[in-house]
Design a protein around this ligand. Structure first.
Ligand SMILES: Nc1nc2c(ncn2[C@@H]2O[C@H](COP(=O)(O)OP(=O)(O)OP(=O)(O)O)[C@@H](O)[C@H]2O)c(=O)[nH]1
Ligand SMILES: [Mg+2]
Length: 358
């Protein structure tokens, strides 16, 4: 999974990035501090993996990971070359989620540019620029498609029709809805990688001031609580610099109940409808992300295509139960290890042992 961080300049994107990826990207009080993208890998926090790894005393413990990208700030008119322009958005075209950072802190000495007024206006500037960038991408593709259509290419004709629909919506300032698409259309849409159609998580970069709370509330009112993650990025970065034993106390003082990282990942999983399954053996205990509703063959395919192709059956048990049992043998003896066939729909926190032949 990939997450791309977007937002106005100087709103704390790199601070959020450092907090989430436990990284050390440059943070400074001036716009366009970030020019080249920062890339980080986040280990998905996991309640069971460590305990599960004890079952076989696995040599390696591999959590699921998320790649996170922090890019330059966008400004009004970026599509016309304002600020750093919008070319850098190509770095996040492959992202599965956009983390849209919104300034919800006071800090009067920290300017997010002249046009920044309120969280609502700020997000509208960014969302408009994303649409304008998409319009550019589609228009460029249309030129190619036009000549293909003239030469009688039937697929290009379907693509051109979809391109015209998308352009029509975007030019009206409306994000196109995902209508039911045939194969050619959905492949084309995937290929276009439109930023405005990606799932968005609004990240409120808050401080502990009353003003910060007020701005956060405004944002929540506009986009809905379920779409906002509240992160005390700067405070959390400071906390990360403290010795481990002092962190808890400081967090309690500030009223930070759950770490930004945990809330953020949970929200990403929810937004993309992801669950976790595990594979275990002597070599490795590993957590994997899977779309909810997918079957065991799709899960097997994540691990190794041979496992999916040669699938015979799988032994399945919930993580918590397996930890309680202590071993597969014990679980089997107690009748708690289920045997599942190829149509089994994987459940959150399943541990699966796949039997296959190649
Ligand atoms: N007061 C206050 N300042 C913050 C907070 N979060 C970030 N900052 C400051 O805001 C300034 C910009 O932070 P960055 O993380 O570099 O912002 P950015 O969005 O990555 O900026 P660009 O890369 O230039 O677009 C820095 O001086 C940070 O210390 C906060 O919660 N409160
Ligand atoms: Mg930055």
């Amino acid at each position: 999974m990939q997450v791309g961080i977007i937002g106005l300049p100087n709103v704390g994107k790199s601070t959020i990035f450092n907090d989430l990826a436990r990284a050390n990207a440059e943070v400074a009080n001036y716009p366009f501090c970030t020019i080249e993208p920062n890339t980080g890998i986040i280990d998905v926090p996991d309640a069971y993996l460590e305990k599960l790894s004890k079952i076989y005393e696995s040599k390696k413990v591999t959590p699921a990971t998320i790649k996170i990208l922090d890019v330059a700030g966008l400004v009004k008119g970026a599509n016309k070359g304002e600020g750093l322009g919008n070319k850098f958005l190509s770095h996040i075209r492959n992202a599965d989620i956009l983390a849209h950072v919104v300034r919800c802190f006071s800090g009067e000495d920290i300017s997010a540019g002249e046009e920044s007024q309120t969280p609502i206006e700020d997000i509208e500037i960014i969302n408009t620029e994303l649409m304008l960038s998409d319009i550019e991408i589609i228009s460029r593709r249309k030129e190619k498609l036009n000549s293909l259509v003239k030469s009688g290419d039937k697929e290009a004709k379907i693509q051109l029709e979809l391109a015209n629909y998308l352009l029509g919506r975007l030019n009206e300032g409306i994000v196109p809805e995902k209508k039911s698409l045939n194969r050619t259309e959905s492949d084309f849409l995937k290929d276009l990688n439109l930023l405005s159609m990606k799932p968005v998580l609004y990240v409120a970069n808050v401080d502990d001031s009353g003003q910060g709370q007020k701005l956060y509330n405004e944002l929540v009112e506009k986009v809905g609580k379920e779409n906002v993650v509240k992160i005390y990025a700067e405070l959390e970065c400071e906390i990360l610099d403290l010795p481990e034993e002092e962190r808890g106390e400081y967090k309690k003082e500030l009223g930070i109940e759950e770490e930004g990282l945990d809330v953020f990942i949970k929200s990403c999983y929810k937004l993309l409808n992801l669950i976790t399954f595990y594979t275990l053996n002597e070599n490795e205990a590993r957590a994997w992300a899977l779309e909810k509703g997918q079957d065991i063959i799709q899960a097997a395919n994540k691990v190794h295509s041979d496992m999916a192709k040669g699938f015979i059956k799988a032994e399945v048990i919930n993580s918590e139960e397996l930890i309680k049992e202590g071993s597969f043998a014990q679980a089997r003896e107690n009748g708690n290890l289920r045997l599942e066939g190829k149509n089994y729909i994987v459940q959150d926190n399943d541990v699966i042992q796949i039997r296959f032949s190649v």
